[in-house]
Design a protein around this ligand. Sequence first.
Ligand code: PMV
Length: 308
Amino acid sequence: MITSSAPGKIILFGEHAVVYGQPALAVPVTQLHADVRIEEIFSPGVWINAPNIQLHSRLDSLAPSHPLAATVKNTLSTLGVSYLSGISILIRSSIPVASGLGSGAAVSVALIRALARYVGRPLTDEQVSALAFETEKLYHGTPSGIDNTVVAYAKPVYFVKDQPPAPFRVGQPFTIVIGDTGIAAPTKETVADVRRLWQENPARFATYFETIGSIVQTARQLIEAGLPDSLGPLMDENHALLRQMNVSSPALERLVSAARAAGALGAKLSGGGRGGNMIALTRPEMTEAVTGSLKEAGAKQVIQTQVE
Ligand code: PMV
């Protein structure tokens, strides 16, 4: 039996602008994970069980474009394995789907690593990330690659599209509280909407993207210098720009305001937006108040995570 696990992720700064070549900062969230188990079975074929999405099916009866089928096929082809039979692949995940927490990327990464180990040919993080990127295209349309990168490397990452990821140093650990609106919002749609608005207003959107890019640069310097408290205003500024780009929503605004009212140093939506999750920066003594305030404001789930 082979098992593999991959973490969820949050984007601290830079979502959407990263699709247009600006940098972004993302970190793994280890409290959330996707887990894959591969076992030999007596019946022929490759069976996929994914209880979270009520899937119990033979691989060859899934459409070739199904993200799980495509991931298995691409991985086996990269590994030079033409045929596998008599295995059951169990996929479980505690990461909410379509909510900006990297659920698709985590499932892909755990599945790719489990298959590679099963056939005895482990892949490098770079290879795993590249394979997961192929599946991200099915989920997201034109992804930047940030999700598969941070999940495959499982480290804080300074990411620029089409460039090797640069891990960055966290000078002093800090706490982020994640609030889930409980509203599923496919990233594919928000990315397509931003693209349409950018085409309609290229100059305005270029300014948004560049301003977000400089926020990311400053944020990276502050994190490396061990000055996380100074990130708050940058989070607020990044959120204001995302709101102008039309990717916030009433539910996200409610949670962001609730976090700030409870004393958070800054708050913003995280990921594709419209629904999904927001993040708030807190000091340890404020974390409980911010958590309570987010729950009162309707958050379906609140997670506290340490960036280190
Ligand atoms: O998967 P999400 O919702 O965290 O979004 C990824 C971030 C985007 O910048 C919105 C899209 C991308 O591919 O980078």
